[in-house]
Design a protein around this ligand. Sequence first.
Ligand SMILES: *[C@@H]1O[C@H](CO)[C@@H](O)[C@H](O)[C@H]1NC(C)=O
Ligand SMILES: *[C@@H]1O[C@H](CO)[C@@H](O)[C@H](O)[C@H]1NC(C)=O
Ligand SMILES: *[C@@H]1O[C@H](CO)[C@@H](O)[C@H](O)[C@H]1NC(C)=O
Ligand SMILES: *[C@@H]1O[C@H](CO)[C@@H](O)[C@H](O)[C@H]1NC(C)=O
Length: 415
Amino acid sequence: MARNLYLLSFLIPIVALNLQSVLSWRIQNSTNDISDSCPPQPHPFGMCKARVAAYGYPCEEYHVTTDDGYILSLKRIPYGLSDAGNSTGDTRTPVLLFHGLLVDGFCWVLSNPKQSLGFILADGGYDVWIANCRGTKSSRRHISLSPEDPAFWDWTWDELAAYDLPAVLRFVYNKTGGKKVHYVGHSLGTLIILAAFSENKLVDIVRSAVLLCPIAYLNRMRSRLILLAAHIFLAEKLHMLGYHEFNPIGRAAQEVLGEVCTDPEVDCYDMFSAVAGPDCCLNSSTACIFLQHGPQSSSMKNMIHMSQLVRKQVVRRYDYGKEKENMKHYGQPQPPVYNLSSIPRHIPLFLTHGGQDFLGDVPDTRHLLRTLVRQHDSDDIEVMYMPDYAHGDFIMGFNAPQLIYKPMVEFFKRH
Ligand SMILES: *[C@@H]1O[C@H](CO)[C@@H](O)[C@H](O)[C@H]1NC(C)=O
Ligand SMILES: *[C@@H]1O[C@H](CO)[C@@H](O)[C@H](O)[C@H]1NC(C)=O
Ligand SMILES: *[C@@H]1O[C@H](CO)[C@@H](O)[C@H](O)[C@H]1NC(C)=O
Ligand SMILES: *[C@@H]1O[C@H](CO)[C@@H](O)[C@H](O)[C@H]1NC(C)=O
């Protein structure tokens, strides 16, 4: 018993702090562990080669250096197959897709061209750009640091909002000759743009923003595991033990998972959907590809910042915990708040959230909506509620093209 509790205390941050859909897949008509039915297929290739070119689409890779020295991989599908001859990237409107926590740009091309947003937008006439934030597989370089240095992992989503997001958006804006960019974020990819907007940043180069399962307030999230992890300060403890990189499939994590999951009293399958909510509409082939590309690393400090959001009903910068430390970093004893009410009202927003999403849960999303809608011009905000959807369905659901992407493209056409 005591041993199991000990193991669980390690397992919980690994599974529970995973604020993305990473481990929350559920296959239709199956209660078996999906990894048993996935063909083993190690993928040595990057996204362009492994997914995009495989379907015959053009794919370009760029490297963008942030102001704090991270070298990010940025992919581009400049045009689709349906009208490749008619218009190339030069005349098309750019769209930037920004993934959530613990995944990377692969999440936009996980299924076939009819199913995945990256391809659908390219075929729909858009110039598609796909971001990969610092720490993920293709963005683990820095001008002076290596991922082995603790300093490489000294960041949270504050830095994603302040450095990664502006760097890639500006790059796209420049590369396309100064065309304003449509933005699509999933999960943490929504929080960073809301944070930037709240400081009146990037508003001059973003044409509209789509928020898929927005994450901002996390105070009332429904996942008991995450609440527990946040309230017993697990990420903080692991950080103190010297973990700087948070790798959800690292060796330590695997060993613990393996051991706990063989315990008949622990049902790992249920634990996964207990984290992010039971996805209604995942297709096993898509979920397999998702697994083959694996969850991606983030920083332990980012995990701590996420748990701070869970513990406090306020969206603000990383809290160093001591007034003196906060003074040193921010010049004030408490971390500065991102005032979401001050997001400029004219930026067109398309927001969609799910009734089964434990992370972007309904009460927290309503709270966010009250903040946004009250301020917003009504023509410029559109909200879609999907009662059956959980976190992963928005990027992997087999019916997402019809239910989500189609109205999204209509929205783009109007803005
Ligand atoms: C699950 O799929 C099998 C065939 O693949 C089918 O025979 C069975 O009826 C399905 N079960 C449910 C509950 O849909
Ligand atoms: C964008 O392009 C302009 C001129 O074309 C240049 O001055 C500027 O430095 C560029 N910005 C970035 C972020 O590349
Ligand atoms: C899952 O995806 C495959 C490949 O795209 C497709 O053939 C199959 O019909 C899909 N299944 C469902 C339930 O949509
Ligand atoms: C947040 O922004 C709104 C709108 O600009 C403003 O009315 C409010 O006073 C701000 N709140 C704080 C705490 O600064």
